[in-house]
Design a protein around this ligand. Structure first.
Ligand SMILES: Nc1nc2c(ncn2[C@@H]2O[C@H](COP(=O)(O)OP(=O)(O)O)[C@@H](O)[C@H]2O)c(=O)[nH]1
Ligand SMILES: [Mg+2]
Length: 343
């Protein structure tokens, strides 16, 4: 999985990138000033590993890019190039500047407009080509209709994600990669003294656009990340922050991407896996190992919540909370799954 951090110049992109990856950004190559790996730490995995007695713990990871294409390096005439640089990404984290006297609504909209301009240029090129293809009966008129709906949404200042498209229209468009079709989470970088104060007007815009957001003062968050134990707890409570930034941000990202987490656990290793919401345990088995999907017999499943309630697996089994599930079982967030399979 690959995510890009985007936002205006000086919004705090590289600071957030550093917090999440530990990597220092440098001069941009192309539009990217840093590439790193972020651990999507899941506190539940630690508890599961403790209960099972697993030696190794493996949290999910995501590739993160510190992406300057829509900030300092944005040029309308380079929209196509910038767009290409984002091919293959699964989502965006947009950092919004609300700390240096900037109006966060303006800062958000400036970058959002760049997404829209960039997608409009794609749609316009595509439309004239597809129109000819439709006349020559080489493309479906439905594709042209879908492109027109996208154009309408973008012209109204909405993202492709917000465009009212049917399932089949979205399928028609699957060959196009629109930036504004990517799921997005906003990090509002507020100043230290404004932390904890909500920004009414900004929140109205986010709610209207259905974009999830969190507040963070990135300079403080970075200091917090450098502490641990009691020192970290003291600083968190001093600023009235419930948990370090990754713990607040990661669940928002997973939700925006419609991902759930399931776990596997043996004495050797406990591991958290990401899975598209709504997939079966057979697909989940395939993530762990192709052999497990091929030779799937059944799954033994219980949920993290049950484990917390009963304390350990023995008690859980005794209480009959371990379920046997077939290949069509839809995996739920927090499921702990043991796959029985034949080799
Ligand atoms: N006061 C304050 N300054 C910040 C905060 N976050 C970032 N900065 C400063 O803003 C500047 C730009 O941050 P950076 O992460 O490099 O922004 P980028 O251009 O989006 O990558 C740096 O000098 C940071 O120290 C913050 O929360 N508060
Ligand atoms: Mg930077």
């Amino acid at each position: 999985m690959k995510l890009a951090i985007v936002g205006s110049a000086g919004a705090g992109k590289s600071t957030l990138f550093r917090i999440l990856t530990g990597v220092e950004s440098s001069h941009p190559r192309g539009f990217v000033s840093g590439i790193g790996v972020a651990e999507l730490f899941d506190p539940r995995l630690e508890k599961i590993a403790d209960a099972v007695g697993s030696k190794k713990r493996v949290h999910p990871h995501v590739e993160l890019h510190d992406f300057d294409g829509f900030g300092r390096m944005w040029r309308e005439e380079r929209a196509g190039e910038i767009q290409n640089a984002l091919l293959g990404f699964d989502g965006l984290i947009q950092v919004v500047n609300a700390f240096s006297g900037k109006d966060p609504v303006d800062d958000f909209q400036k970058v959002d407009l760049n997404f829209i301009v960039s997608d409009l240029s794609i749609v316009e090129n595509a439309k004239s080509r597809v129109r000819k293809e439709v006349q020559a009966k080489k493309a479906s008129p439905k594709l042209l209709e879908a492109l027109e709906k996208v154009e309408k949404a973008l012209s109204d200042g909405k993202s492709v994600l917000e465009a009212e498209l049917s399932e089949s229209e979205r399928r028609e468009l699957s060959g196009y990669s629109f930036v504004s079709a990517l799921p997005r989470v906003v990090v509002v970088n507020v100043s230290e003294d404004a932390f904890g104060r909500s920004l009414k007007e900004f929140e109205d815009v986010m709610h209207g656009r259905k974009i999830p957001y969190i507040y963070a003062s990135l300079e403080i968050e970075e200091e917090i990340m450098q502490l641990d134990g009691d020192e970290q707890a003291a600083m968190l409570s001093e600023y009235n922050i419930e948990a370090p930034l990754p713990q607040r941000l990661i669940p928002k990202i997973l939700k925006a991407l419609d991902l759930i987490t399931f776990f596997t656990a043996t004495e050797k290793e406990a591991r958290a896996w990401l899975l598209k919401n709504g997939l079966t345990v057979l697909k989940a088995a395939g993530k762990v190992h192709t052999d497990m999907e091929r030779g799937f017999i059944r799954a033994e499943v219980f949920n993290y919540e049950d484990l917390m309630e009963y304390g350990d697996i023995k008690a859980l089994k005794a209480a009959g909370r371990l379920r046997l599930e077939g290949r069509d079982y839809i995996v739920k967030d927090g499921d702990i799954v043991f796959i029985r399979f034949s080799k």
